[in-house]
Design a protein around this ligand. Structure first.
Ligand code: NAP
Length: 522
């Protein structure tokens, strides 16, 4: 059984206090104990600032990139342990791959970016030199420098590995030491990942601290050079954003919160078209992958009104073929939710959503899992709700964080855009169409409301990474309800952790300051 600990100020904590027992999502057996011991956040901040920051500042971008690559290789060699732990959370092998390999992939990706797109130096020039005077004796140059603070990363339960690594990698490359706080429910998986990273011996001292403990007092330590990034519910995001220390110190704050992502089937589709099949497959996959516990999952499927019956039937027959059960069995495609509490929350949200229509597929109470006792695990069937009145608030406002999707008919292009925007800001939208003018109008209408838009047509489909997969190269985040934040996006995430400063001087002085050894930096 895993017993989690914290890694603060260069040492693993010893266990002496209260623990929370975490149970297997399938069997309800206790499989981990998560420490509730208080962490001395004051020490964590002071160690990060006085040891981690300076150790990272010694390294150039290329040296940091090489460490990320070594870490990725080391995690890759031991990933089966993470897979085995993930199955306790209800994850099938495919679900675990999204989390574990997705996280390791983010490390590899930032390692490659650091080597290929950053200079072998400690700061980064931004744009070219601006001439600010008639004689040319006064010029200006923007540069990015590392900040002597901590990257404090508060993660959600659903991606314990990816969520931690996709935040850690750009912070590390930017020279910011990390203090990661996992969600309690899956902290045992994040703990194993952090343990492997620390035991690898690749990390400079203080570059990663791991706080497996209640967050009480964490935010009180934040100062003006720190960066707080958060993934989780909109309610917690609100609390963090409004914390007096965050407000008073203008602490950089990034939130990835919940989201009513949509997928839109274009008006060019017919029941026997390729686009129709692509749409049904994509929606069904997004409902069932990770048992719907993905921030990017399709919560609203928008279809032309003439096709609502055909899409309902096709989705119902696709979902009926989903094998639900013990995620350790190879034939199982959808495991249980992470916990009984999560199942209660999903059921409550699904009941509220069903007020707007009827349950066209699935059941709130009945499920027959393969190889598992339905009363012992947090099993739930996929649920498809056909919405009667698209104008109702529920489908656009209630996020059931599970395998639940609302099917909504739209009248025309303007109506589809209007309905999608009622999500009030989402992480991702997808459009399945070969109609280029429909694609253009919808992208125009939806871009301001979304962080990412996927247009799926038969040409892109065979190579598409799918609606629900954030990629290290592309931004992940969304406006409004989605938290208003932005993660990943290649080097954009590295720059976000650094301070941009405009330096003004004479050309000679600027050259001497920025290129002391005569080497060019970009
Ligand atoms: P949550 O309850 O908001 O918890 C998220 C994290 O915040 C956990 O680590 C939690 O710790 C911590 N936390 C709670 N209260 C805190 C406080 N007062 N100060 C500091 N930290 C605090 O969310 P969740 O239930 O784990 O995750 C599910 C939600 O996250 C869903 O709504 C989903 O849409 C959203 N999500 C969004 C994204 C995205 O990228 N946009 C990704 C994944 C999930 P404890 O666990 O110890 O309470």
């Amino acid at each position: 059984m895993t017993v989690t600990r914290s890694y603060i100020a260069g040492a693993w904590s010893s266990l002496h206090g209260e623990v929370v027992a975490i149970t297997d999502a399938t069997t309800s057996e206790t499989i981990a104990k998560v420490s509730r011991d208080a962490v001395d956040y004051g020490s964590a901040f002071s160690y990060g600032r006085s040891v981690g920051g300076p150790a990272l500042a010694e390294l150039t971008f290329h040296q940091r990139a090489d460490i990320l690559k070594a870490l990725a290789r080391s995690l890759n060699a031991q990933k089966q342990v993470l897979y085995a732990l993930s199955s306790h959370s209800g994850a099938t092998n495919l679900d675990a791959a999204a989390d574990v390999d997705g996280g390791i992939g983010a490390l590899f990706s930032y390692a490659a970016l650091g080597r290929s797109e950053l200079p072998d130096s400690r700061w980064l020039l931004d744009g070219s030199t601006e001439v600010l005077s008639k004689q040319g004796n006064f010029v200006g140059q923007h540069l990015y420098s590392s900040m002597p603070g901590l990257a404090v990363q508060v993660n959600a339960f659903n991606f314990p590995v990816w969520g931690m690594l996709e935040k850690f990698a750009p912070a590390f490359l930017a020279g910011a030491p990390t203090l990661a706080k996992p969600a309690t429910q899956t902290a045992y998986i994040a703990f194993e990942c952090a343990r492997q990273m620390i035991d690898s011996g690749h990390l400079p001292p203080g570059a990663l601290q791991f706080a497996c403990s209640p967050p009480d007092g964490l935010l009180n330590e934040l100062g003006p050079q720190d960066f707080l990034s958060f993934t989780g519910s909109a309610a917690t995001a609100r609390l963090l954003r409004a914390h007096s220390n965050v407000v008073d110190n203008s602490v950089r704050f990034n939130a990835e919160a919940d989201s009513l992502n949509c997928s839109i089937l274009g008006p060019d589709a017919t029941p026997d078209s390729e686009e129709f099949v692509l749409f049904v497959n994509e929606v069904a996959r997004e409902i069932t992958a990770k048992t719907g516990q993905k921030c990017t999952a399709i919560r609203r499927a928008l279809v032309p009104s003439a096709l609502i019956g055909a899409v309902t039937d096709a989705l119902a027959s696709r979902l009926a073929r989903t094998i639900i059960g013990d995620p350790r069995l190879p034939e199982v495609r959808m495991g249980p939710l992470v916990s009984m509490k999560q199942r209660d929350d999903v059921r409550t949200a699904a009941v509220a959503l069903s007020q707007a229509g009827r349950i066209a597929w699935g059941s709130l109470t009945h499920v027959e899992p393969v190889g598992a006792d339905p009363t012992a695990g947090a099993f739930i069937s996929p649920i498809l709700i056909q919405v009667n009145d698209p104008a109702r608030a529920e489908p656009h406002e209630i996020e059931a964080f599970g395998p639940v999707c609302s099917l909504i008919a739209y009248r025309d292009t303007a109506d589809a855009i209007h309905l999608a925007a009622r999500g009030a800001g989402s992480l991702v939208a997808s459009i399945v169409t070969s109609d280029q003018s429909f694609g253009r109008l919808v992208v125009q209408g939806l871009a301001p409301w979304h962080g990412r838009i996927l247009i799926l047509d038969p040409r892109a489909a065979p190579e598409s990474t799918g609606h629900g997969s954030p990629l290290p190269q592309l931004v992940h985040g969304g406006p409004g309800r989605a938290g208003g934040g932005e993660e990943l996006g290649g080097l954009r995430a590295v720059r976000r952790h650094m301070q941009r400063t405009a330096v003004q001087a004479s050309p000679d002085m600027l050259t001497a300051v920025l290129h002391p050894n005569g080497q060019a930096q970009s």
